[in-house]
Ligand binder design. Sequence first.
Ligand code: ATP
Length: 323
Amino acid sequence: MPSDALLSVHDLRIAFDGVAAVRGLTFDVRPREVLALVGESGAGKSLTARALLGMLPRGATTSGTIRPDLVPHRGRRISLVPQDALSALSPVHPVGDQLAAAVRSVARVPRKEARARAVAALERVGIPDAVRRARAYPHEYSGGMRQRAVIAMATINEPDIVVADEPTTALDEAHRDQVLRVLAERREAVGAALVLVTHDMDVVRDHADRVLVMYAGRLTELGPADEVLGRPRAPYTAGLLASLPQHAPPGRRLPALHGTPPAPGTLPPGCAFAPRCPLATDACRTAEPEPQEVEGRLVACDRWAELPHPATRLFQEEERQPV
Ligand SMILES: Nc1ncnc2c1ncn2[C@@H]1O[C@H](COP(=O)(O)OP(=O)(O)OP(=O)(O)O)[C@@H](O)[C@H]1O
Protein backbone atom coordinates (compact mmCIF):
# COMPACT_ATOMS: atom_id res chain seq x y z
CA MET A 1 0.00 0.00 0.00
CA PRO A 2 1.27 3.52 -0.68
CA SER A 3 2.83 4.81 2.53
CA ASP A 4 0.29 7.60 2.85
CA ALA A 5 -2.85 5.46 2.41
CA LEU A 6 -5.38 5.41 5.26
CA LEU A 7 -6.96 2.29 3.85
CA SER A 8 -5.94 -0.09 1.08
CA VAL A 9 -8.44 -2.29 -0.69
CA HIS A 10 -6.95 -5.14 -2.68
CA ASP A 11 -8.84 -7.42 -5.08
CA LEU A 12 -12.15 -6.99 -3.24
CA ARG A 13 -14.81 -9.43 -4.40
CA ILE A 14 -18.38 -9.56 -3.10
CA ALA A 15 -20.84 -12.23 -4.17
CA PHE A 16 -24.35 -13.42 -3.35
CA ASP A 17 -25.10 -17.10 -3.89
CA GLY A 18 -21.95 -17.39 -5.96
CA VAL A 19 -22.94 -14.48 -8.24
CA ALA A 20 -20.27 -11.77 -8.19
CA ALA A 21 -21.49 -8.20 -7.66
CA VAL A 22 -18.05 -6.66 -7.00
CA ARG A 23 -15.29 -8.24 -9.05
CA GLY A 24 -11.72 -7.59 -8.00
CA LEU A 25 -11.54 -3.97 -6.95
CA THR A 26 -8.23 -2.42 -5.88
CA PHE A 27 -7.91 1.15 -4.63
CA ASP A 28 -6.79 3.14 -1.63
CA VAL A 29 -8.19 5.95 0.47
CA ARG A 30 -5.75 8.76 1.23
CA PRO A 31 -5.73 11.11 4.21
CA ARG A 32 -8.21 14.00 3.97
CA GLU A 33 -9.18 13.30 0.38
CA VAL A 34 -12.69 13.12 -1.03
CA LEU A 35 -12.90 9.94 -3.10
CA ALA A 36 -16.13 9.66 -5.09
CA LEU A 37 -17.47 6.27 -6.19
CA VAL A 38 -19.63 6.74 -9.27
CA GLY A 39 -21.42 4.57 -11.80
CA GLU A 40 -24.92 3.61 -12.75
CA SER A 41 -27.28 1.73 -10.49
CA GLY A 42 -26.02 -1.76 -9.68
CA ALA A 43 -22.33 -0.96 -10.31
CA GLY A 44 -21.44 -2.11 -6.80
CA LYS A 45 -20.80 1.30 -5.24
CA SER A 46 -22.81 0.78 -2.05
CA LEU A 47 -21.48 -2.72 -1.52
CA THR A 48 -17.92 -1.44 -1.87
CA ALA A 49 -18.56 1.43 0.54
CA ARG A 50 -20.23 -0.85 3.07
CA ALA A 51 -17.43 -3.40 2.84
CA LEU A 52 -15.08 -0.70 4.21
CA LEU A 53 -17.25 -0.59 7.34
CA GLY A 54 -17.90 -4.33 7.57
CA MET A 55 -21.59 -3.61 7.01
CA LEU A 56 -22.45 -5.87 4.08
CA PRO A 57 -25.94 -7.33 3.73
CA ARG A 58 -26.65 -10.81 5.03
CA GLY A 59 -25.67 -13.51 2.55
CA ALA A 60 -22.71 -11.61 1.09
CA THR A 61 -19.46 -13.55 0.74
CA THR A 62 -16.24 -11.64 0.30
CA SER A 63 -12.61 -12.15 -0.59
CA GLY A 64 -9.65 -9.83 -0.96
CA THR A 65 -8.22 -7.59 1.70
CA ILE A 66 -9.00 -4.25 3.29
CA ARG A 67 -6.09 -3.03 5.40
CA PRO A 68 -5.94 -1.92 8.11
CA ASP A 69 -9.11 -3.48 9.47
CA LEU A 70 -11.09 -0.53 10.80
CA VAL A 71 -14.26 -2.55 11.41
CA PRO A 72 -13.57 -2.93 15.16
CA HIS A 73 -13.17 0.87 15.27
CA ARG A 74 -16.44 1.69 13.55
CA GLY A 75 -17.92 4.87 15.00
CA ARG A 76 -14.49 6.05 16.05
CA ARG A 77 -11.99 5.76 13.19
CA ILE A 78 -14.51 5.12 10.41
CA SER A 79 -18.17 6.07 10.27
CA LEU A 80 -21.15 6.03 7.94
CA VAL A 81 -23.59 8.61 6.65
CA PRO A 82 -26.27 6.44 5.01
CA GLN A 83 -28.83 7.35 2.34
CA ASP A 84 -31.65 7.30 4.76
CA ALA A 85 -30.97 9.07 8.04
CA LEU A 86 -33.77 7.22 9.80
CA SER A 87 -31.87 3.98 9.45
CA ALA A 88 -28.93 5.51 11.32
CA LEU A 89 -30.90 6.93 14.22
CA SER A 90 -32.86 5.07 16.84
CA PRO A 91 -36.52 6.16 16.88
CA VAL A 92 -36.84 5.61 20.63
CA HIS A 93 -34.08 7.87 21.97
CA PRO A 94 -33.71 11.65 21.74
CA VAL A 95 -31.12 12.72 19.18
CA GLY A 96 -28.93 14.37 21.82
CA ASP A 97 -28.83 11.17 23.88
CA GLN A 98 -27.71 9.22 20.81
CA LEU A 99 -24.91 11.68 20.11
CA ALA A 100 -23.85 11.65 23.76
CA ALA A 101 -23.85 7.85 23.76
CA ALA A 102 -21.62 7.91 20.66
CA VAL A 103 -19.17 10.15 22.53
CA ARG A 104 -19.20 7.92 25.60
CA SER A 105 -18.74 4.78 23.50
CA VAL A 106 -15.19 5.85 22.70
CA ALA A 107 -14.16 8.20 25.52
CA ARG A 108 -14.56 8.09 29.29
CA VAL A 109 -16.25 11.44 29.70
CA PRO A 110 -18.88 12.36 32.28
CA ARG A 111 -22.48 12.35 31.09
CA LYS A 112 -22.76 16.12 31.35
CA GLU A 113 -19.69 16.66 29.23
CA ALA A 114 -20.91 14.16 26.59
CA ARG A 115 -24.23 15.98 26.56
CA ALA A 116 -22.52 19.34 26.04
CA ARG A 117 -20.51 17.89 23.16
CA ALA A 118 -23.71 16.54 21.60
CA VAL A 119 -25.35 19.95 21.70
CA ALA A 120 -22.23 21.60 20.30
CA ALA A 121 -22.15 19.02 17.48
CA LEU A 122 -25.77 19.80 16.60
CA GLU A 123 -24.97 23.51 16.60
CA ARG A 124 -22.05 22.95 14.28
CA VAL A 125 -24.24 21.29 11.65
CA GLY A 126 -26.64 24.22 11.82
CA ILE A 127 -29.47 22.76 13.89
CA PRO A 128 -31.26 25.79 15.32
CA ASP A 129 -32.07 25.89 19.04
CA ALA A 130 -29.76 22.93 19.59
CA VAL A 131 -30.29 22.61 23.36
CA ARG A 132 -34.01 22.04 22.87
CA ARG A 133 -33.55 20.00 19.69
CA ALA A 134 -31.15 17.66 21.44
CA ARG A 135 -34.11 16.52 23.57
CA ALA A 136 -36.30 15.84 20.52
CA TYR A 137 -36.72 12.48 18.76
CA PRO A 138 -35.67 11.85 15.14
CA HIS A 139 -39.28 11.91 13.89
CA GLU A 140 -39.59 15.46 15.22
CA TYR A 141 -36.80 16.58 12.87
CA SER A 142 -37.28 17.48 9.20
CA GLY A 143 -35.51 15.22 6.64
CA GLY A 144 -32.71 17.75 6.07
CA MET A 145 -32.21 18.25 9.79
CA ARG A 146 -32.11 14.51 10.40
CA GLN A 147 -29.44 14.09 7.77
CA ARG A 148 -27.42 16.88 9.37
CA ALA A 149 -27.80 15.18 12.76
CA VAL A 150 -26.42 11.99 11.20
CA ILE A 151 -23.46 13.98 9.87
CA ALA A 152 -22.95 15.30 13.42
CA MET A 153 -23.04 11.69 14.66
CA ALA A 154 -20.62 10.47 11.98
CA THR A 155 -18.08 13.19 12.72
CA ILE A 156 -18.45 13.70 16.50
CA ASN A 157 -15.58 11.32 17.32
CA GLU A 158 -13.32 12.82 14.65
CA PRO A 159 -12.87 9.68 12.51
CA ASP A 160 -10.14 9.22 9.92
CA ILE A 161 -12.70 8.20 7.27
CA VAL A 162 -16.34 9.07 6.74
CA VAL A 163 -18.23 6.91 4.25
CA ALA A 164 -21.29 8.67 2.82
CA ASP A 165 -23.60 6.47 0.74
CA GLU A 166 -25.74 8.73 -1.47
CA PRO A 167 -26.20 11.05 1.51
CA THR A 168 -28.68 13.35 -0.23
CA THR A 169 -30.81 10.92 -2.25
CA ALA A 170 -33.67 10.94 0.24
CA LEU A 171 -33.79 14.75 0.35
CA ASP A 172 -35.52 17.31 -1.81
CA GLU A 173 -33.43 19.54 -4.01
CA ALA A 174 -33.52 22.48 -1.60
CA HIS A 175 -31.82 20.48 1.14
CA ARG A 176 -29.28 18.65 -1.02
CA ASP A 177 -26.75 21.43 -1.41
CA GLN A 178 -27.11 22.42 2.21
CA VAL A 179 -26.43 18.87 3.46
CA LEU A 180 -23.47 18.44 1.11
CA ARG A 181 -22.06 21.75 2.28
CA VAL A 182 -22.40 20.69 5.92
CA LEU A 183 -20.79 17.34 5.16
CA ALA A 184 -17.88 19.03 3.34
CA GLU A 185 -17.45 21.56 6.13
CA ARG A 186 -17.49 18.95 8.94
CA ARG A 187 -15.16 16.63 7.07
CA GLU A 188 -12.73 19.48 6.60
CA ALA A 189 -13.01 20.51 10.26
CA VAL A 190 -12.22 17.06 11.63
CA GLY A 191 -9.65 16.30 8.92
CA ALA A 192 -11.32 13.08 7.76
CA ALA A 193 -11.16 11.49 4.35
CA LEU A 194 -14.56 11.11 2.70
CA VAL A 195 -15.61 8.18 0.55
CA LEU A 196 -18.66 9.55 -1.24
CA VAL A 197 -21.01 7.26 -3.15
CA THR A 198 -22.96 9.24 -5.71
CA HIS A 199 -24.41 8.98 -9.17
CA ASP A 200 -24.34 12.75 -9.55
CA MET A 201 -21.41 13.96 -11.66
CA ASP A 202 -22.05 17.55 -10.56
CA VAL A 203 -21.44 16.45 -6.98
CA VAL A 204 -18.20 14.80 -8.10
CA ARG A 205 -17.14 17.96 -9.90
CA ASP A 206 -17.91 20.17 -6.91
CA HIS A 207 -16.65 17.98 -4.08
CA ALA A 208 -14.27 15.17 -5.10
CA ASP A 209 -10.49 15.09 -5.24
CA ARG A 210 -10.40 11.67 -6.92
CA VAL A 211 -13.06 9.62 -8.62
CA LEU A 212 -13.43 5.86 -8.97
CA VAL A 213 -15.76 5.08 -11.86
CA MET A 214 -17.31 1.62 -11.53
CA TYR A 215 -19.11 -0.54 -14.05
CA ALA A 216 -20.56 -3.99 -13.45
CA GLY A 217 -18.62 -4.44 -10.22
CA ARG A 218 -15.23 -3.42 -11.62
CA LEU A 219 -12.97 -0.40 -11.79
CA THR A 220 -13.37 1.45 -15.09
CA GLU A 221 -11.35 4.56 -14.38
CA LEU A 222 -9.66 5.98 -11.27
CA GLY A 223 -7.86 9.28 -11.05
CA PRO A 224 -7.98 12.96 -10.12
CA ALA A 225 -11.58 14.13 -10.48
CA ASP A 226 -10.83 17.25 -12.51
CA GLU A 227 -8.71 15.26 -14.99
CA VAL A 228 -11.12 12.32 -15.29
CA LEU A 229 -14.10 14.63 -15.78
CA GLY A 230 -12.16 17.06 -17.95
CA ARG A 231 -10.76 14.40 -20.25
CA PRO A 232 -12.11 10.91 -19.61
CA ARG A 233 -9.99 8.07 -20.89
CA ALA A 234 -12.50 5.25 -20.52
CA PRO A 235 -15.45 5.19 -22.94
CA TYR A 236 -17.83 4.45 -20.07
CA THR A 237 -16.78 7.59 -18.19
CA ALA A 238 -17.30 9.55 -21.41
CA GLY A 239 -20.78 8.00 -21.73
CA LEU A 240 -21.72 9.01 -18.19
CA LEU A 241 -20.56 12.57 -18.87
CA ALA A 242 -22.25 12.68 -22.27
CA SER A 243 -25.58 11.99 -20.63
CA LEU A 244 -25.40 15.22 -18.60
CA PRO A 245 -27.69 17.96 -19.94
CA GLN A 246 -24.88 20.50 -20.24
CA HIS A 247 -23.29 18.41 -22.97
CA ALA A 248 -26.24 18.78 -25.33
CA PRO A 249 -24.92 20.90 -28.19
CA PRO A 250 -27.39 23.45 -29.59
CA GLY A 251 -29.78 21.87 -32.10
CA ARG A 252 -28.71 18.37 -31.18
CA ARG A 253 -30.26 15.74 -29.13
CA LEU A 254 -28.81 15.02 -25.71
CA PRO A 255 -26.02 12.56 -26.41
CA ALA A 256 -26.86 9.37 -24.65
CA LEU A 257 -25.44 6.25 -23.25
CA HIS A 258 -27.98 3.75 -24.49
CA GLY A 259 -29.00 0.57 -22.77
CA THR A 260 -28.48 -0.53 -19.20
CA PRO A 261 -25.64 -2.23 -17.38
CA PRO A 262 -25.78 -6.02 -17.19
CA ALA A 263 -27.06 -7.51 -13.94
CA PRO A 264 -24.60 -9.60 -11.93
CA GLY A 265 -24.69 -13.14 -13.28
CA THR A 266 -25.61 -12.03 -16.81
CA LEU A 267 -22.31 -10.53 -17.88
CA PRO A 268 -21.37 -10.71 -21.55
CA PRO A 269 -18.04 -12.29 -22.47
CA GLY A 270 -15.07 -9.90 -22.48
CA CYS A 271 -15.49 -6.30 -21.36
CA ALA A 272 -18.84 -5.87 -19.60
CA PHE A 273 -19.29 -2.47 -21.26
CA ALA A 274 -18.59 -3.72 -24.81
CA PRO A 275 -22.28 -4.12 -25.83
CA ARG A 276 -22.83 -0.39 -25.16
CA CYS A 277 -19.46 0.87 -26.34
CA PRO A 278 -19.05 2.55 -29.76
CA LEU A 279 -15.33 1.67 -29.74
CA ALA A 280 -15.70 -2.05 -28.96
CA THR A 281 -13.88 -4.52 -31.18
CA ASP A 282 -13.93 -8.31 -31.29
CA ALA A 283 -10.98 -8.32 -28.89
CA CYS A 284 -13.05 -6.32 -26.37
CA ARG A 285 -15.78 -8.92 -26.62
CA THR A 286 -13.31 -11.69 -25.86
CA ALA A 287 -11.18 -10.64 -22.89
CA GLU A 288 -11.97 -8.34 -20.00
CA PRO A 289 -9.36 -5.55 -19.86
CA GLU A 290 -7.29 -5.08 -16.72
CA PRO A 291 -6.75 -1.59 -15.29
CA GLN A 292 -3.62 -0.02 -16.78
CA GLU A 293 -1.78 3.20 -15.93
CA VAL A 294 -2.60 5.98 -18.33
CA GLU A 295 -1.35 9.49 -17.65
CA GLY A 296 -1.35 9.16 -13.87
CA ARG A 297 -4.65 7.33 -13.61
CA LEU A 298 -5.98 3.81 -13.98
CA VAL A 299 -8.08 2.95 -17.01
CA ALA A 300 -9.57 -0.49 -17.67
CA CYS A 301 -9.93 -0.12 -21.44
CA ASP A 302 -7.61 -1.23 -24.22
CA ARG A 303 -9.14 1.30 -26.62
CA TRP A 304 -8.57 4.42 -24.53
CA ALA A 305 -6.22 5.97 -27.08
CA GLU A 306 -9.01 5.90 -29.69
CA LEU A 307 -11.31 8.20 -27.72
CA PRO A 308 -12.04 11.46 -29.57
CA HIS A 309 -11.61 14.80 -27.84
CA PRO A 310 -13.92 15.84 -26.33
CA ALA A 311 -14.67 12.22 -25.51
CA THR A 312 -18.39 12.87 -25.12
CA ARG A 313 -18.50 13.14 -28.96
CA LEU A 314 -18.34 9.38 -28.99
CA PHE A 315 -21.94 9.30 -27.85
CA GLN A 316 -23.17 12.24 -29.93
CA GLU A 317 -26.27 11.50 -31.92
CA GLU A 318 -27.00 12.69 -35.42
CA GLU A 319 -28.48 16.10 -36.05
CA ARG A 320 -32.09 16.11 -34.95
CA GLN A 321 -34.26 15.61 -38.04
CA PRO A 322 -37.42 17.74 -38.32
CA VAL A 323 -40.49 15.54 -37.91
N1 ATP B 1 -28.58 -8.03 -0.42
C1 ATP B 1 -28.32 -8.40 -1.67
N2 ATP B 1 -28.65 -9.63 -2.14
C2 ATP B 1 -28.38 -10.00 -3.41
N3 ATP B 1 -27.77 -9.21 -4.30
C3 ATP B 1 -27.42 -7.98 -3.91
C4 ATP B 1 -27.67 -7.49 -2.59
N4 ATP B 1 -27.20 -6.23 -2.49
C5 ATP B 1 -26.69 -5.93 -3.70
N5 ATP B 1 -26.81 -6.97 -4.55
C6 ATP B 1 -26.37 -7.03 -5.96
O1 ATP B 1 -25.23 -6.24 -6.11
C7 ATP B 1 -25.42 -5.25 -7.13
C8 ATP B 1 -24.68 -4.01 -6.74
O2 ATP B 1 -25.35 -3.43 -5.61
P1 ATP B 1 -24.96 -1.99 -5.04
O3 ATP B 1 -26.02 -1.64 -4.05
O4 ATP B 1 -23.57 -1.97 -4.56
O5 ATP B 1 -25.11 -1.08 -6.33
P2 ATP B 1 -24.92 0.49 -6.46
O6 ATP B 1 -23.86 0.74 -7.47
O7 ATP B 1 -24.72 1.10 -5.12
O8 ATP B 1 -26.32 0.90 -7.07
P3 ATP B 1 -27.35 2.03 -6.61
O9 ATP B 1 -26.84 3.30 -7.21
O10 ATP B 1 -28.63 1.58 -7.23
O11 ATP B 1 -27.39 2.02 -5.10
C9 ATP B 1 -26.92 -5.10 -7.22
O12 ATP B 1 -27.32 -4.75 -8.52
C10 ATP B 1 -27.43 -6.46 -6.87
O13 ATP B 1 -27.47 -7.28 -8.04
